[in-house]
Design a protein around this ligand. Structure first.
Ligand code: HEC
Length: 149
């Protein structure tokens, strides 16, 4: 389950970035943009794990994305609750597609997940941060397909 962050009316009216600047970053806590960049890297890795049929790696990357979003929600409570909880559905769909090793369902869930990322960005007037299905894999030092032994 994604953490449901509590939210005051004042926080709801302010964009998260403005709120965050007001809240500051507590020592030892990751910045929201850095959690997002960590999610972005996993969003890319998830794609290449899934299309090469490395389901264990795909499951791992899905968990990484989920925990980054959970951390974002619990550390930055000004993030709109709705946009966080709506991520639960595509993440569950992704988890199910991976468990079934279903490539078609994987591609569909990946599209829904990406739409979820973008709808929160748009909601917060950050529509210029737009994710899409990656075209190439920048992580050339990591093995994605399943190794034949
Ligand atoms: C609940 C809202 C929300 C959701 C869901 C969300 N983001 Fe973000 N994202 C933000 C906010 C807010 C920022 C701006 C953070 C800042 O600048 O402090 C951001 C920024 C980013 C950035 C810019 C970081 C950079 O350095 O370029 C990337 C990339 C990103 N998000 C990726 C993702 C991905 C991938 C997902 C989905 C797996 C996702 N986000 C889901 C709210 C969200």
């Amino acid at each position: 389950m994604l953490v449901a962050a509590s939210l005051s009316l004042a926080a709801a009216l302010l964009p998260a970035t403005a709120q965050q600047a007001a809240e500051g970053v507590r020592p030892g806590n990751p910045r929201l943009a850095d959690l997002m960049e960590a999610a972005q890297a996993r969003h890319i890795k998830l794609w290449f794990a899934g299309i090469t049929g490395n389901w264990k790696l795909a499951a791992y990357q899905t968990r990484q994305i989920k925990t980054r979003l959970q951390d974002a929600a619990s550390l930055y409570q000004s993030l709109p609750v709705n946009d966080i909880t709506t991520m639960a559905k595509p993440i569950d769909a992704m988890t199910a597609a991976i468990a079934a090793e279903d490539s078609k369902a994987f591609v569909k869930a990946y599209g829904e997940l990406t739409t979820g990322c973008n709808s929160c960005h748009r909601e917060l007037k950050l529509g210029f941060i737009e994710l899409r299905t990656p075209e190439m894999n920048p992580f050339s030092d990591q093995v994605f397909g399943v190794r034949r032994k």
